[in-house]
Design a protein around this ligand. Structure first.
Ligand SMILES: Cc1cc2nc3c(=O)[nH]c(=O)nc-3n(C[C@H](O)[C@H](O)[C@H](O)COP(=O)(O)O)c2cc1C
Length: 375
């Protein structure tokens, strides 16, 4: 029976336990995406706290794909020395580190002083005018950011897939133990899979196969560039099917997402990291069960590659129960580590009280992700 404290093995990645720090953007990189000393401190604190594997906050693979201020960047080798140092630091604490790769698309948060925005500055998001092409599957307004993306051409999509590949090869050369392709939470790759955002009529739209094509091409590009044995994880939504206020059709069903996971495994993905739509995450009850455990268990039954499940893990006994029963490889937590970076060591010491995280979500609104409750 699997426990949180059993090793996690994903290809060449071998971690001392099966507890993962889920990708969490700390907003602690410079404007161009270089990690700062504050970010190093956060990661060292996490590694000292006993977590087996840290997935970094999202790192943009092209400059136009930057998702938010303070995000990490991996568009070229400019930060090679910084990332090498970061990997060495984490490995020195017997932890593993996986870099999450992203292309933001129309979910990108362009702050008023974002260099990619055209003046005059206003405080009204609806008036923010990007001065770069924010690419999307279709030129539909993103109701969260009010950005209207430019419909990506086939050449754009080839460039994006190649950029994911190049970033994976870079991450490997710097010493990262794997990469995670971010195909969840409404960023570009998940938009392609979703009928909410994708109304294309070419080979990247319409059928499920077409809507999954870009993510599969990113996995294939990463596999080609980083080699056969390098761990390539994919984070994906269980579905994108929340009720639209206007009563419009669903974006992606759980069955469709499961089918895509099979295709991703066939394309060379080393593991699937199950998450879900951020609307769903926000709405979850504080003391509730892990958000996507049942979908994770289903995937674990169906797939031959490891399944990590992210979101809502707060209770020691619940976590142990799901790991023992569901066939999943690991649990991943974000906010519990913001509240208590040493949560794993606390649990290991025998104090198995639940995470102190109340899931309030305020951490997501501040640079440096402080916890308002943390003393
Ligand atoms: C401050 C903050 C930043 C986040 N940044 C990322 C990110 O960069 N990439 C990602 O895939 N998810 C990101 N997430 C989502 C988490 O990885 C996770 O899916 C979500 O918080 C649910 O897990 P939890 O209940 O353990 O917090 C972020 C969440 C928070 C709170």
């Amino acid at each position: 029976m699997k426990s949180m404290f059993d090793p996690l093995v994903i290809g060449t990645l071998s971690a001392k336990n099966s507890i993962v720090r889920a990708a969490t953007a700390e907003s602690l990189a410079t404007a161009s995406g270089r990690p700062t000393s504050k970010l190093f401190e956060k990661y060292e604190e996490l590694a000292e706290g006993g977590v087996g594997t840290i997935i970094t906050g999202y790192a943009f693979v092209t400059h136009d794909g930057k998702p938010s201020e303070g995000a990490l960047g991996i568009c070229d080798d400019a930060f090679a020395d910084d990332y090498r140092e970061l990997c060495e630091l984490i490995h020195g604490h017997d932890a593993r580190i996986v870099m999450q790769l992203v292309y933001g698309g129309s979910k990108s948060k362009l702050s008023p002083d974002d260099e990619r925005r055209i003046a005059p500055a206003t405080q009204t998001p609806a008036d923010w005018v990007p001065n770069v092409s924010i690419l999307g599957p279709s030129a539909l307004e993103n109701l969260k950011t009010h950005l209207v993306p430019t419909e990506a051409s086939a050449d754009d999509l080839t460039r994006i897939a190649q950029a994911f590949g190049a970033a994976a090869a870079r991450a490997k050369s710097y010493g990262f133990d794997g990469v995670e392709i971010h195909a969840a939470h409404g960023y570009l790759l998940s938009q392609f899979m979703s009928r909410w955002f994708n109304v294309r009529e070419d080979e990247y739209g319409g059928s499920l196969e077409n809507r999954a094509r870009l993510t599969i091409e990113c996995v294939q590009a990463a596999r080609r560039a980083a080699g056969d044995d390098f761990p390539i994880l994919v984070k994906i939504n269980n579905c994108d099917d929340y009720e639209d206020p206007a009563g419009a059709r669903g974006g992606l069903s759980e069955d469709e997402s499961a089918t895509i996971c099979h295709w991703l495994a066939d394309a060379g993905a080393s593991a699937i990291d199950v998450s879900g739509d951020w609307h769903a995450i926000r709405g979850r009850d504080v003391a509730g069960e892990p958000f996507f455990a049942s979908f994770g268990a289903r995937l674990a039954r169906e797939l031959d590659i490891p399944v990590i499940v992210t979101g809502g893990w707060r209770r020691f006994d619940t976590n142990e129960q799901h790991l023992a029963d569901d066939g999943i490889a690991a649990i991943a937590m974000s906010r519990p580590f913001i509240r208590e970076p040493d949560l794993v060591n606390r649990w290991l010491s025998g104090n198995t009280k639940p995470s102190k995280c109340t899931s309030c979500g305020y951490c997501a609104t501040y640079v440096g992700i402080p916890c308002v409750f943390r003393q």
